[in-house]
Design a protein around this ligand. Structure first.
Ligand code: NAD
Ligand code: IPM
Ligand code: MN
Length: 363
């Protein structure tokens, strides 16, 4: 099969971790006889440096011409990076939001799985983690607070800032359907997370998910308030199968879920629409504090590449092969600094990528 993959290396640790994901993709392609071609695309701070804006329309067109996009992460440290002296619509993050919107990527899948081998890196106590957990967060990605009208201005001499949270029923319906489809192929439970005791958007969210449930009689639906959910995640993460939630709640809950798998450096993501096209990126950021040090964990990027194989190309065996290699390397005791525990072997970004690429075994 021919793969045409757009690559956005991005900023900070982005280039370091994407290199490793490409190393692994190249190795899978060799092993299974696929032809992998990359097209480098600019976004975020790297694009601002060249074009003065975080994402040009030409890049959007080039992205659309690819089968899938593999991305690192964008952005810098707002306290020191000159990118943050620009107006908000010209900053790195605006490029990512524009790309998600222009490509119509409304469903963001973030799987949080605790591997047996990483229980010691999980900050929760053993009695909670002994049986592990495996949940899929389905985050709405092109609506809500991120895309509502916003402004800051003086009103009657008072500095006033406004962000608008809007959802239309169809935006909820399409992402809810994804969540139900995914749950059907897993343990069959959707936990829809909202703030329906306060927000109108959440009350609409509940009504629409209830309507969708009637087409999925085999899937259990429960509703949970977001504050309770953030607490339940650390109290009993095993109760969750699929978490369905809106854009902002999903952003926050997925970082929390990542940490109980050991590190934000472990959490991949897939941003999807109705077609096979997808954008695959780690859930975490550009980690300016460790950029350039060669110590970032590339596993989230590598697992994102596995999601790319699964969701865009439907190559289950190849995707399993990558995931299997990640598990084996962890079983052998190799760890990057963020998941390091007593008695394990610490390796850098490149070594971790090479170990996973070299450990691939065709089934
Ligand atoms: P961050 O996720 O970049 O970093 C938070 C902490 O996690 C840091 O201590 C960092 O070192 C650590 N970390 C993150 N990824 C890691 C990895 N792969 N291996 C080891 N440690 C890792 O969050 P932040 O510091 O709040 O944001 C930094 C920048 O990244 C900001 O500009 C933000 O807007 C951007 N960001 C981008 C994306 C994206 O591109 N999708 C996601 C989140 C944040
Ligand atoms: C993420 C990031 C982005 C988001 C930022 C960089 C805009 O935090 O992908 O989780 O909030 O969606
Ligand atoms: Mn985030």
């Amino acid at each position: 099969m021919d793969w045409k993959i757009g690559v956005i290396k991005g900023d900070g640790i982005g280039p370091e971790i994407v290199e490793e994901a490409m190393k692994v993709l190249d190795a899978v392609a060799r092993l299974y006889g696929h032809n992998c071609q990359y097209r480098q695309l600019l976004m975020g701070g790297a694009s601002i440096d060249v074009h003065g804006e975080p994402l040009t329309d030409q890049m959007v067109e080039e992205a659309k011409a690819c089968d899938a996009i593999l991305m690192g992460s964008i952005g810098g440290d707002p306290a020191v990076s000159p990118w943050y002296r620009l107006e908000p619509s010209k900053r790195p993050e605006a490029g990512l939001l524009k790309l998600r919107k222009e490509l119509g990527l409304f469903a963001n899948l973030r799987p949080a799985v605790l591997y047996d081998t990483l229980k010691e890196a999980c900050p929760l106590k053993e009695s909670i983690t002994e049986d592990g957990f495996d949940m899929m967060i389905v985050r709405e990605l092109t609506g809500g607070l991120y895309f509502g009208e916003r402004y800051t201005k003086e009103v009657d001499g008072v500095r006033t800032a406004v962000d608008t949270l809007t959802y239309q029923e169809e935006e909820i319906r399409r992402v809810a359907k994804k969540a139900f489809e995914i749950a059907r192929a897993r343990k069959g439970k959707v936990t829809s997370v909202d703030k329906a005791n306060v927000l109108d958007t959440s009350r609409l969210w509940r009504s629409v998910t209830e309507e969708i449930r009637t087409s999925y009689a085999d899937v259990e639906l429960e509703h949970m308030l977001v504050d309770n959910c953030s607490m339940q995640l650390v109290k009993n993460p095993r109760q969750f199968d699929v978490i369905l939630t809106e854009n902002m709640f999903g952003d926050i809950l997925s970082d929390e879920a990542s940490m109980i798998t050991g590190s934000i450096g472990m959490l991949p993501s897939a941003s999807l629409k109705e077609s096979d096209f997808g954008l695959y990126e780690p859930s975490g950021g550009s980690a300016p504090d460790i950029a350039g040090k060669g110590i970032a964990n590339p596993i989230a990027a590598i697992l994102s590449a596995a999601m790319l194989l699964r969701f865009t190309f439907h190559l289950e065996e190849e995707a399993d092969c990558v995931e299997e290699s990640v598990r084996n390397v962890l079983k052998l005791g190799y760890r990057t600094a963020d998941i390091m525990t007593d008695g394990k072997k610490q390796v850098g970004t490149r070594e971790m990528g090479s170990l996973i690429a070299e450990g691939l075994r065709k089934k």
